[in-house]
Design a binder for this molecule. Structure first.
Ligand SMILES: *Cc1c(COP(=O)(O)O)cnc(C)c1O
Length: 528
């Protein structure tokens, strides 16, 4: 029996409390097939392609030429197809069902975006191609930049960062460059510190530390907002920036955002806004009007481009007038010969702090995000934000009598946050509850984040879920919550019973991944 380090079975067929489920001969579950590793499929002497014999040995590698076979398994095309389709079925996807991971914004990825991203003029071009041959792609980048600036009310944008966290790095490097330029100009002491609220996403303090700043926490009020008095006490001439999310990671709008910006600017610090939650306010509020100096936009959240297992992200950063000169190259300019990428830190870009990556960023994501913007229009984007907030409030309202809302007073924004007070004395934890959701076919919500809320469960339904799906989801959670309170502990402790694998030691899997497959010893095979 395969057990994990905390003594729970990892294989579905050995579910101790589930006697009615017979182990299957194949390891499959109904029409869901079990699947060994590709190396275990044993296709060492096969290949799926028919290549002509290589003509003559023209290698110049001398004695570096490989003497042994490389050791890649060979599969026929149908075998390869089945292998990867079966593997894909073991994972969850937004195309399968609701994906309520709070903070992650797992919304539907419209197929129109995918179609646009595959146009050869966008997908078959190379970053080193002469710019005169990629004018359409440059125009798309220019227009995307225009709408990102318009939607945020900010004068400049750096498109190249490749994720939210990469955008944070870009924003803080611009802030550091602006402070350094001021010290070079006027003298004075270097600023050393970045302030982040206790509820901040982990990437915020990590980014600040990576850039070389000390991180200091700002306390939170009982109703989940930045504690203004504490902020004011910690601000001073040593503070380079604050990093605040709005709506914050508790799913709440920072009511005092204008005052936060005023206090920050009064000490000469910059206001970095973590824009991962922009999807809750796009079309309603412009961060530029709130006094924000830099903000990354996760195109893969707000503008529906795939992420997680679905593809790379993109984290463009909008910048205020004060920070715009320090933006990293490249950016698109209108030249005499059409559009051009300004690549060198000279002329208009003389103060650029450098560059974030080799080329210009994630072209495929730019296309998808732009397609999403155009297909929605201004009214559609605003409605997407409003519906995301409506859906989260519906979830909050439907669950608040059986679970404990972390901040029960007033509406939430785009995500509903619960704590684990309602589980007290049941013997069931947030983790157990989340695992039981898997048995019901739902991906768990974000657990144990934000850290300020005990046993947090952060649910972000997004605007793309219809009411009947939200009902199915909340009905299921209600029944599970009642079961936990009624003492059905084993249902939770042993969960998931029905998943392809059961409780795994996820920390060990991440910290000590086994990346090399070695064939089992011959005697082990003989004994089977
Ligand atoms: C997702 C997220 C980030 C990081 O974005 P990545 O694209 O995953 O790097 C930062 N802050 C918040 C609040 C987020 O939700």
């Amino acid at each position: 029996m395969s057990m994990n380090p905390v003594g729970r079975p990892t294989r579905p067929e050995v579910a101790a409390t589930n006697d009615s489920v017979h182990p299957t001969l194949t390891g499959g579950r109904g029409l869901l097939q079990d699947e060994p590793l590709i190396f275990e499929l044993g296709g060492w002497d096969k290949t799926g392609v028919d290549l002509p014999e290589a003509g003559g040995d023209t290698s110049v590698l001398g004695d570096l030429v490989r003497a042994e076979p490389i050791g890649l398994p060979g599969l026929s095309e149908p075998e390869a197809m089945r292998h990867y389709v079966r593997l894909s079925q073991k994972n969850h996807a937004i195309d399968l069902a609701l994906y309520p991971l709070g903070s992650c914004t797992m919304k539907h990825n419209p197929r129109l975006n995918e179609k646009a991203a595959r146009y050869p003029g966008f997908s078959d071009i190379h970053p080193l191609q002469p710019q005169s041959t990629v004018q359409g792609a440059l125009e798309l980048m220019d227009r995307l930049a225009h709408w990102l600036k318009t939607l945020t009310g900010m004068p400049a944008v750096a498109l190249s960062p490749k994720a939210g966290a990469h955008g944070e790095l870009c924003g803080l490097l611009a802030i550091r460059a602006a402070h350094e330029a001021k010290v070079a100009r006027e003298g004075g002491a270097r600023r050393t510190t970045v302030l982040t609220p206790t509820s901040a996403h982990g990437t915020n303090p990590a980014t600040a530390a990576f850039v070389g700043y000390q991180v200091q926490e700002i306390a939170q009020t009982a109703d989940g907002r930045v504690d203004l008095a504490d902020l004011e006490a910690k601000l001073g001439p040593h503070v380079a920036a604050i990093m605040v999310t709005n709506p914050n990671t508790c799913g709440l709008f920072e009511r005092d955002i204008l005052e936060i910006a005023r206090l920050t600017h009064a000490v000469g610090a910059y206001f970095y806004c973590d824009g991962a939650n922009f999807n809750a306010i796009v079309g309603r509020v412009r961060p530029g009007d709130l006094g924000v100096d830099a903000m990354h936009i996760n195109l893969h959240k707000t503008f529906s481009t795939p992420h997680g297992g679905g593809g790379p992200g993109a984290g463009p950063v909008v910048l205020s007038q004060a920070l715009a000169p320090f933006a990293p190259v490249p950016w698109v300019v209108h030249g005499a010969d059409g559009l051009q990428l300004l690549e060198q830190p000279e002329g208009e870009a003389a103060d650029a702090f450098g560059r974030m990556c080799a080329f210009h960023g994630q072209m495929g994501m730019f296309v998808r995000a732009y397609a999403y913007m155009l297909s929605h229009g201004a009214d559609g984007l605003r409605q997407a934000a409003e519906d995301a907030v409506l859906n989260a409030n519906y979830v909050k309202a439907r669950l608040s009598d059986v679970m404990t809302a972390a901040f029960p007073d007033g509406p939430c924004m785009h995500e509903a946050l619960f704590d684990d007070r309602w589980l007290e004395g049941t013997g069931v934890t947030t983790l157990d509850f989340a695992k039981a959701m898997i048995d019901e076919g739902f991906h768990p919500m974000t657990m144990y984040f934000p850290l300020v809320v005990h046993g947090a469960m952060l649910i972000e339904p997004t605007e793309t879920e219809p009411k009947h799906e939200l009902d199915r989801f909340t009905d299921t959670l209600r029944v599970l919550a009642e079961a936990a309170k009624a003492g059905e502990v084993e249902r939770f402790k042993g969960a998931p019973y029905h998943a392809p694998l059961r409780r795994l030691d996820e920390t060990a899997a991440a910290r000590k991944p086994r990346l090399r497959w070695t064939p089992p010893p011959a005697h082990a095979i003989a004994a089977e």
